[in-house]
Design a protein around this ligand. Structure first.
Ligand SMILES: *Cc1c(COP(=O)(O)O)cnc(C)c1O
Length: 374
């Protein structure tokens, strides 16, 4: 057989994989491209990992707790709102949870709905499943198209709130207007909720078709350990447990996550610092005259203007390339008309945001590369 892809299922043979943000391996980058936390995790995490490994790593001989039971309990305790262990499923990152939801609920007959733009993993997961998609387009206001989502016939609808890559959050009042008529599974991906003023937790008890997805990758500074979770009615959690790998979360990740969740005071401080840096950076971009969506996340979505006051996809690309050449890494999403004129910038430390600002000043002063040479 010369073409091995012909052996694969047809929808897999034509699949386009998700493109993660660059993870440079050489030092010297100001890395503001994947919304990681610029501060380390709680010191309790490293302590818990050392304790679990012990002098010789003997515990690693043994499989982990298959249900991540102590971690489910820690999540339920953290959130309150009457949540119990039975309302929590732990994933190998929240991407694992999103995958389980699509595996359990989506086919050609039962579509997955989501907005455009939003998290670009959703369509990839649906394609892997050979499922059908229904998309609902935002307009430039980025206000939630409540009526259109409420009327969606999708079996499961995935809403990112605060949204990615815009950072715009949707109110519980709007979510409730959707939930008043939408009868499918309503999944709110709250990867950035710790940086927002409001979250959907208070709605869970009243809406059995609501699923909240969270991650420890952003606010908890633990992207490297891969832990995320779903909060939902016990009946939904039971379905996810049937389709997940039986040992989907390793031993070290489980203890690291428990240690992190048991140190809320540390994370309140980290989140307050990031929010303060974010709000200062948004104000500074405003003083440049750049339009920036109001962010309730740990990133900023801003529309660069060049020295001539122009904006657009070529201008944002020019700023991206200039920053990249000086080892400042941000994200540009050229494939959608609403995102192409913008850059997404993760909120770093104050020092990192200073480097970003100085490099943008240099970009504004640099002659455009396409200027005629004299
Ligand atoms: C980062 C992110 C995730 C993925 O989180 P992991 O737990 O690292 O898999 C999920 N959804 C959105 C919207 C994200 O931005």
């Amino acid at each position: 057989m010369s073409d091995l892809s012909a052996l694969a299922l047809p929808h897999i043979a034509k699949l386009h994989a998700y493109t993660p943000g660059l993870q440079p391996t050489e030092p010297g980058w100001v890395k503001l491209n994947t919304n990681e936390c610029p501060y380390p995790p709680s010191p309790r995490v490293a302590e818990a990992l050392r304790r679990e490994i012990g002098p010789d790593g003997a515990s690693l001989r043994l499989y982990p707790n298959p249900r991540s039971t102590p971690l489910r309990a820690a999540v339920a305790t953290l959130h309150g709102h009457g949540l119990r262990e039975a309302n929590v499923c732990i994933g190998n990152g929240s991407d694992d949870i999103l995958n389980l939801l699509i595996r359990a609920f989506v086919t050609q007959e039962a579509a997955a709905g989501f907005t455009l733009p939003s998290y670009s993993l959703y369509p990839v997961l649906v394609e892997i499943q050979d499922g059908r998609m229904q998309t609902i387009e935002f307009d430039r206001s980025m206000q939630l198209p409540v009526e259109r989502i409420a009327a969606s016939t999708a079996r499961a609808f995935f809403l990112t709130s605060p949204n990615a890559p815009t950072g715009v959050a949707f109110s519980n009042a709007d979510l409730e207007r959707v939930l008043a008529s939408y009868r499918g599974l309503f999944v709110v991906d709250e990867a950035y909720a710790p940086f927002a003023r409001e979250n959907a937790l208070p709605l869970l008890a009243r809406h059995p078709n609501l699923v909240i997805v969270r991650t420890l990758s952003k606010a908890y500074a633990l992207a490297g350990i891969r832990v995320g979770y779903a909060l939902a009615a016990a009946g939904i959690i039971d379905l996810l447990d049937r389709v997940r790998d039986s040992y989907n979360v390793n031993r070290l990740s489980q203890v690291a996550a428990v240690a992190a969740l048991e140190d809320p005071a540390y994370y309140d401080g980290v989140i307050a610092k990031i929010v303060a840096t974010r709000d200062r950076a948004v104000a500074a971009l405003g003083r440049r005259g750049w339009f920036t969506y109001p962010s309730q996340s740990n990133f900023i979505f801003t529309e660069p203007r060049n020295a001539r006051g122009e904006s657009g996809p070529a201008v944002s690309k020019s700023a991206y390339d200039f920053l990249f050449a000086r080892k400042v890494l941000v994200r540009h999403f050229p494939s959608h008309a609403l995102t192409a004129p913008f850059l997404r910038i993760s909120v770093g430390t104050d020092a990192e945001m200073g480097v970003l600002s100085d490099t943008l000043d240099a970009w504004l002063q640099a002659p455009p590369p396409h200027a005629p040479q004299r």
